[in-house]
Design a protein around this ligand. Sequence first.
Ligand SMILES: Cc1cc2nc3c(=O)[nH]c(=O)nc-3n(C[C@H](O)[C@H](O)[C@H](O)COP(=O)(O)O)c2cc1C
Length: 343
Amino acid sequence: MLIINPDTYRTLIKPLLFRLSPEAAQSAAHLALKPHRVWQAASPLLRVDDPRLAVNLAGMSLSNPIGLAAGYDKDCEHLPALSSLGFGYLTCGTVTEAPRMGNPSPRIIRYDADEAIINSLGFPGKGVDYAAAQLEQAQHLLDNTHVVASVSGVAPDEILRCHRRLEPLASAVEVNISSPNTLGLRIFQQPDTLRQLLERLNDGRRKPLFVKLPPYLQTPSTGSEQKDMVLSLVDVCLQQRVDAVTVANTWPARDSRLAVGAGGLSGRPVFADMLHMVADIKAEVGDRMAINACGGIFSGADAIAAIQAGATTVQLLTSLIYRGPGIAKRINKQLLALMDAEN
Ligand SMILES: Cc1cc2nc3c(=O)[nH]c(=O)nc-3n(C[C@H](O)[C@H](O)[C@H](O)COP(=O)(O)O)c2cc1C
């Protein structure tokens, strides 16, 4: 199982995959996940079972704090295989109400040397009915792995309908108000609009609700305007009894090779700024709301740093692409080694 070891994945499998265009490589990876029984047979090799890794996220008992971030399995098609990879939870989606083509290609650029990606996908997907059917079929194949359904839309009704449809099939729902590639989403980055949306979602909701926040940079040149905006969204989340915020989505970035010229940056380069955000938000929320740290998590040391900054869990996506399907196991083993070293 060469593919499982991050070192052999990096030296043998990744160079082959990276000869393909990013979207073709993604399709190849998805094809490899199709025979889910093979992955389930390999599951004992990919899991780290140790009670010291267990965490509670908004009432969900997780075997470990490493979550798969939204965007890898947009249509919830690969959950049975993904649940064998040793993650504490999986976020599927982002799912929108109607099917969407997304933005024109090219819409994913790799920065191999930096272990980063810029994407401008813009929510391509098959819509909520398809995702719900996939989630329904996967229910008895999840090997006790919690699934969080990521939903979005450009109008409150769309998000509400996705929430209502997927909540019964998932352990929690994450509302994505922060993709930089879908302009209409920005309306939910106004505190009053977010409040109204959350009030409607709260009316009848039964399971934990997460909100995925946009990032902010705080440098002398950017000032504190974006940070103040994000902290005011955090405040609304607290008032509306949101269970966790995911910090954060991709970071707006430009690349002329993208058909639309701009997208969202992920991977190693966003890690340091993500940590600052987690610490700022932890100072604001204390123990009243959990934080899922998301951005550039590649190692156990990264995960520990995020947890020490105030996160309950971490989420990753780009390191799965650069390091392969053994990434959750590697990080969990490194976490245990760090715990042992620090007693
Ligand atoms: C190809 C790609 C697609 C993504 N799609 C989504 C998405 O549909 N919804 C979402 O909330 N975030 C999406 N993201 C953002 C990730 O969930 C995550 O927030 C971001 O990549 C930072 O984490 P990372 O550095 O571990 O990748 C996507 C990221 C990538 C690279």
